[in-house]
Write a protein that binds this ligand. Structure first.
Ligand SMILES: Nc1ncnc2c1ncn2[C@@H]1O[C@H](COP(=O)(O)OP(=O)(O)OP(=O)(O)O)[C@@H](O)[C@H]1O
Length: 303
């Protein structure tokens, strides 16, 4: 797992990362979410030992990354897919990485196949689209078969099929018990990608919780329920602090509780549920309202 304690990074007067303490656990996909300039890339670079913290510390499986010999076998990372030598072929690039990390050369063809670049393996990277470079960056992260994987904005430039593939890949890596930490500045991207969220704004921790709990922090988020006994369900839910707006005899719109909690309460009270639907579109608004105060660069009118 990844453990940051009071992690801080200053650039002159700018505090890019401000006293961050969090843990990224194995076996699930953790989204690292924050508006532009929030400090995500700086944090990832400190996890990898590429930037030295100004204060605090971060370890991977209890050891600072620099203390892991043959790094790619311990942590695989995609930081900037564009930051790559364009004159080489994909195969040559990965073969060089494999050599310097003492990874068997046969892994190169395996990962190229896995990311869908087998046919482009001998082509110059300079001619690759951004989506292909993202796939190559992901191949590099997978090369050492590491237990911990970091991805900085991995969905950038991918077409819808690519996005679906990446999501499936992250799920599988997490199901294999690995630690998967994925940054994004877009809540909507995280919605089908992450199980857990670490949200930062202006370098500070805003939230560290399950995606569904984070979404429920937006009080405008609602869950639609349909039940033959709406009156009894309304009583049970309001007793827990929710409010229920009756839409028809059997349908109500609930705010203030997650769908999971509503389902559990219905079960406890022996109330049949015929529908239970979260209004997921407002995840974006949860993110916007919770991070609004910490956004550095609000565009003109919104400021
Ligand atoms: N090398 C550097 N020198 C000076 N300031 C820096 C440096 N790197 C980052 N910063 C500043 O630190 C802050 C955090 O930047 P960072 O790139 O970590 O944010 P981010 O959350 O990854 O943003 P984005 O979503 O735009 O990639 C910004 O204010 C940025 O300008």
């Amino acid at each position: 797992m990844i453990e940051a304690t009071h992690l801080t990074k200053r650039y002159g007067a700018t505090v890019a990362v401000d006293d961050l303490t969090f843990t990224v656990a194995p076996g699930r996909v953790t989204g690292f979410l924050g508006p532009n300039g929030a400090g995500k890339s700086t944090t990832l670079r400190m996890i990898l030992g590429l930037n030295a913290p100004s204060g605090g510390a971060v370890t991977v499986n209890g050891v600072p990354f620099a203390g892991h010999p043959r790094g790619l076998r311990h942590v695989g990372a995609l930081l900037d897919a564009q930051d790559i030598h364009g004159g080489r072929s994909a195969h040559a690039h990965l073969a060089a990485l494999a050599r310097s990390n003492r990874i068997p050369p046969a892994r190169v063809d395996e990962v190229l196949h896995e990311v869908g670049l087998a046919k482009a393996a001998r082509r110059r990277i300079g001619g690759f689209s951004l989506g292909m470079k993202q796939r190559l960056g992901i191949a590099g992260a997978l090369l050492g078969d590491p237990p911990v994987l970091l991805f900085d904005e991995p969905l950038n430039g991918l077409d819808p099929e690519g996005v679906r593939w990446v999501r499936g890949l992250f799920r599988r890596l997490a199901a294999e018990g690995r630690t998967v930490f994925v940054s994004s500045h877009m809540m909507a991207e995280m919605h089908q990608t992450a199980d857990h969220l670490i949200v930062i704004g202006q370098g500070r921790l805003i939230a560290d919780q399950a995606l569904e709990e984070f979404a429920a922090r937006d009080t405008s988020l609602s869950v639609t329920v349909k039940t033959p006994d709406l009156a009894a369900l309304t009583d049970a839910l309001t007793a827990e602090g929710a409010s229920v707006h009756q839409e028809t005899d059997e349908v109500g719109r609930v705010t203030g509780l997650t769908a999971a909690r509503i389902g559990d309460l219905a079960h406890q009270h022996h109330i049949a549920l015929h529908q239970l639907t979260s209004e997921t579109s407002s995840l974006e608004s949860a993110f916007m309202s919770i991070t609004a105060a910490s956004v550095d660069y609000l565009a003109g009118e919104a400021r």
